[in-house]
Write a protein that binds this ligand. Sequence first.
Ligand code: NAG
Ligand code: NAG
Ligand code: NAG
Ligand code: NAG
Ligand code: NAG
Ligand code: NAG
Ligand code: NAG
Ligand code: NAG
Ligand code: NAG
Length: 525
Amino acid sequence: MLDNKLYSKLTRSFLRKWWLVIIVALSLIIGSLFVCLFFTPLVNSIIDSQLPLEEGSLTYDIWRKPPMNPVMKIYIYNVTNVDEFLNDKRKPILQELGPYTYIETWEKVNLRFHDNGTLTFNQRKIFKFSPELSNGTEDDTVHVPNIPLLSATTKSKLAPRLIRITINFMVKQRKIKPFVEVTVGQLLWGYEDSLLELAKETSPNETLPFDKFGLLYGKNGTYSDNVTIFTGADDIKKFGVIDKFNGQSKLTHWTTNSCNAINGTDGNVFPPHMDHDTTLHIYDKDLCRLMPLKYQKEVMLYGDIQGYRFSPSRDIFADISINPENECFCPSGPPCAPHGTFNISACQYDSPVLLSFPHFYLGDDKLRTAVDGMSPPDPKKHEFFADVQPEMGIPLRIFARLQFNLAINHVDDIEAVATFPDIVFPIMWFEDGLDKLPENITDLIKLGTVVPPVAKVSLMYTLFLLGAALLCFSIFCLIRTSNSREIMNLETAAQFAANYDANKKQKAATNGSNVNPAFIGDSGK
Ligand SMILES: *[C@@H]1O[C@H](CO)[C@@H](O)[C@H](O)[C@H]1NC(C)=O
Ligand SMILES: *[C@@H]1O[C@H](CO)[C@@H](O)[C@H](O)[C@H]1NC(C)=O
Ligand SMILES: *[C@@H]1O[C@H](CO)[C@@H](O)[C@H](O)[C@H]1NC(C)=O
Ligand SMILES: *[C@@H]1O[C@H](CO)[C@@H](O)[C@H](O)[C@H]1NC(C)=O
Ligand SMILES: *[C@@H]1O[C@H](CO)[C@@H](O)[C@H](O)[C@H]1NC(C)=O
Ligand SMILES: *[C@@H]1O[C@H](CO)[C@@H](O)[C@H](O)[C@H]1NC(C)=O
Ligand SMILES: *[C@@H]1O[C@H](CO)[C@@H](O)[C@H](O)[C@H]1NC(C)=O
Ligand SMILES: *[C@@H]1O[C@H](CO)[C@@H](O)[C@H](O)[C@H]1NC(C)=O
Ligand SMILES: *[C@@H]1O[C@H](CO)[C@@H](O)[C@H](O)[C@H]1NC(C)=O
């Protein structure tokens, strides 16, 4: 009873003196809990407020005129046995030349903002040949299939015989050959093609989309395509996603809505806050479809920036017996494109162009062994992947690697190509890559992603430890105070007892008797 009373009295007086300290200590501990719960959402909402593409936002200038230079590396398959291939039914022997390297400068021009959270722009890309990063020059001569001729002859297979006979006549008259000898610069950026001239002469009113033939013809400069994307201001999940391409929100080449969809980004930015289940989508006109990229693994770049590696699923170009979802990409089949290739003739003015990964990576090995001189695919060199910072959706490193092939059909009626077998003929492959970000960009990413978690943990622990220390200190003081009072009490009690004893002794001495009178009285009853 006495102890409890004493204790509560002590506590009350203690609290009167220490209440401020205890409240501060508890607030610090609660504060650390708040930091634990709400710091990350707060940082995310700050990131989300800075990402949308608006005049003055952090990403706008980086997006509009990226301070980094993507690098395009091109490898060309030079055919070294043209005569033997045409006359002796030998396999074509290919010599992989390159890389022919171009430094790119990208810019978005003619920006037009709409009031529904979208903006329209034209892409501008400038390619500069880099002799230092190349193995060869733009003046190297190469022997490659005559793509316009072989496209025309392959297409004519389904046309009436009369057309094939006409083509045969004209090809013979103009001495058009099934292989051309051109420089690398011509093959890439355009050369006068005799078949295109012929087409222009015979039907001058038909507008041909180009007057020269080149694999990258028209790619150096401002593109005429009007791309409308979501800025992310209304919905950050759509940040950078294409709304319309030349006014169209879908392709028309394929058989289902999901295969015709173009609602991906152009690969320069991605919607932020991704996890391991996120699928990224890239749309490129020349790809002729959305390229879905799936999470593979975590990577660390630039020291301490975390990245997620995304790459196309292994069955993306697979045969429909393996990946039935690809059926929609085969509108005129079966038979469909061979395993590991993707038929983009619908986007290439009906030329029989098949896309694949370089060296037919993930494709049918028969395609690779149908030619001589192509080494087996190596994922390190030939895989398509993107390393993306998951919170901000900024690509840290991208290697877009694809190969162009021509699917040539045997046609009897045209003499020049009559000895061509049915073959998927590799023409070239390229790597469009972004390997290194400038330091001020990586600093910005670190500020947005590396700093907050560290700041969160340090703030959380500092607050908690400070609060806990204060609390411990006050409890320690409480115990000490109460202890000292108890000791004081005990001392008083001891003294009292000693006094009592002394008194007793004194009393006994004065009474002259050892017997306690009270005791005698009690027991006497
Ligand atoms: C490409 O092959 C042809 C035929 O063998 C050869 O003459 C030419 O030098 C080769 N080109 C290069 C750049 O090696
Ligand atoms: C936004 O407005 C532009 C221009 O008026 C239009 O082309 C686009 O389709 C609109 N997008 C959406 C999602 O409403
Ligand atoms: C691309 O165009 C620019 C000028 O706009 C020019 O300087 C450059 O040489 C061109 N690149 C190629 C590969 O033709
Ligand atoms: C450069 O190309 C030649 C073929 O033209 C090849 O033999 C050589 O290995 C290549 N060098 C490099 C460094 O790739
Ligand atoms: C081409 O168009 C012009 C008028 O624009 C016409 O006179 C001519 O007959 C047309 N030629 C062909 C081959 O259609
Ligand atoms: C892009 O838009 C401009 C005007 O806004 C138009 O003149 C041009 O034809 C469009 N380009 C394409 C490829 O549709
Ligand atoms: C694209 O649009 C379809 C609906 O048309 C939707 O189901 C799909 O999730 C969208 N994809 C992306 C990447 O936004
Ligand atoms: C590619 O698709 C076109 C139709 O879009 C078709 O005519 C052609 O036969 C296909 N080529 C292959 C090799 O499947
Ligand atoms: C990064 O530095 C480059 C020059 O090295 C500059 O042009 C660019 O504006 C800077 N970007 C940012 C976001 O500071």
